[in-house]
Design a binder for this molecule. Structure first.
Ligand code: FES
Length: 98
């Protein structure tokens, strides 16, 4: 059992059931959260940038390609991930779009 808690300023957090092995981006998109994804999830842009507020250990490890792409995103922090590259491994992950 895995879940994503999606937070947006001024709104109630949204709890979404997540499937293990599926990306944060796909899970959000399938549940009506409009995450930008210019390259379609191929780690070739950085528009799917999200902040992982909690539960980063419940996601797949960050690989070099993602790290390089994130370098070009705006507002990058230690909590940043590309949501198309972050696969849910279980547990709860709290996410916010910058
Ligand atoms: S959608 Fe382009 S890097 Fe994630």
């Amino acid at each position: 059992m895995a879940e994503i808690i999606y937070e947006e300023d001024g709104k109630e957090p949204l709890t979404i059931k997540a499937e293990v092995g599926v990306s944060v981006m796909h899970t959000l998109l399938e549940n009506g959260v409009d995450v930008e994804h210019a390259c379609g999830g191929f780690c070739a842009c950085s528009t799917c940038h999200v902040y992982i507020l909690d539960g980063g250990e419940n996601l797949s490890e960050q690989e070099d390609d993602e790290f390089d792409r994130l370098d070009k995103a705006k507002g990058v922090s230690l909590k940043s991930r590309l949501s198309c590259q972050a696969l849910v491994r279980g547990g709860t992950v709290r996410v916010k779009i910058p």
